[in-house]
Design a protein around this ligand. Sequence first.
Ligand code: NAD
Ligand code: USQ
Length: 387
Amino acid sequence: SHQNSGEPSKQKRVMVIGGDGYCGWATALHLSKKGYDVAIVDSLIRRLFDHQLGLDSLTPISSIHDRLRCWKSLTGKTIELYIGDICDFEFLAETFNSFEPDAVVHFGEQRSAPYSMIDRSRAVFTQHNNVIGTLNVLFAIKEFRDQCHLVKLGTMGEYGTPNIDIEEGYITITHNGRTDTLPYPKQASSFYHLSKVHDSNNIAFTCKAWGIRATDLNQGVRCTKSSAIGLIMMGFCVQAAVGHPLTVYGKGGQTRGYLDIRDTVQCVELAIANPAQPGEFRVFNQFTEQFSVNELASLVTKAGAKLGLDVKTISVPNPRVEAEEHYYNAKHTKLIELGLQPHLLSDSLLDSLLNFAIKFKDRVDTKQIMPSVSWKKIGVKPKTVAA
Ligand code: NAD
Ligand code: USQ
């Protein structure tokens, strides 16, 4: 079978929904470089959230038009661009009929857990945007491109933190003497994470009912150089750079799966090159290492010391509702079997994240560092969090 050999087996047309975002942009470039025909579909709404919340990314982000022009001048390759909201079915139908994708990689969702917990209207927006957007993609595939493979970004957070091993999507259970392989139980803990659970259910059902081919990539937290909300790894590096103590929420035993952005793009390419069968709902757990919050804090403290930073840690009352000490052992072998070669978190990567944070530390708004969104206090009154 075709496995990550560099060139796609046949020319494939890949639509990257959410291609102006952090993971989507990196993926669009990677696939374009590998010889796929790529189109980006994005509403650019992420840029609006950041304005609304008074958040700036750590580095300035050029406009999507400038980025695409730059790519063309560097490589000679064209990436097509469709600007619009996938919740608008007419727009989505147009993009399908115009681009005729063989695969759709769907990153185009509101991805912040704290954002979804700000107030009722943000919770509703998150679930509407994510669930209806994905439902529209499923209808578009059924109607216009029934062989098109959906590669959907899910999250490890769909599983929560059960006191047994986490499997990849399914678990075989024997109950009262009978045995079946069932969807792994989901215990998401934010309205954002729940939107991913709802998506997974809708995708599983349409694979069965309509013969759609789909891969759900339950991604862990990825290490990134981007903005302020969530994403603990870069958050800790930024705190270290500006001399703020690292904010460990509660006891700090919260353990999650993590991966490098270079592995995100590899995983997506592997999924596209080895598509699911018609009617198959495949689930891969997409992360390469697991760490607790305390472990991350101690890694950043050590890396900071090497750069002459005196990094302190404080425990802040946990703004979230989550287990702070728990068992965690999640399988992640299916992508490795397809050929994933992980970039594990190394001293040199941490060094470069920290140096990056130091370089851009003047752009950091230190008022945004302490958590401002409470899982318990969320209410119906619209909240302006920038204050
Ligand atoms: P991001 O916010 O940087 O990118 C998402 C992009 O989707 C944005 O450019 C946004 O404008 C676009 N978008 C949102 N709703 C849309 C709509 N209705 N129509 C068209 N475009 C829309 O997020 P990211 O960090 O790159 O994450 C991408 C995906 O991966 C998300 O689905 C996220 O849930 C998932 N994921 C991310 C992580 C992580 O650590 N960042 C981990 C697991 C899963
Ligand atoms: N945390 C701290 N201190 C901080 C920030 C976070 O202790 O200053 C803790 C959180 O309580 C949580 C963990 O660190 O237990 C991870 O938080 P995070 O903000 O890095 O990540 P999270 O909100 O879970 O969401 C991110 C992405 C989301 C993706 C998810 C993968 O924003 O899109 O789905 O990671 S996962 O967590 O595996 O579900």
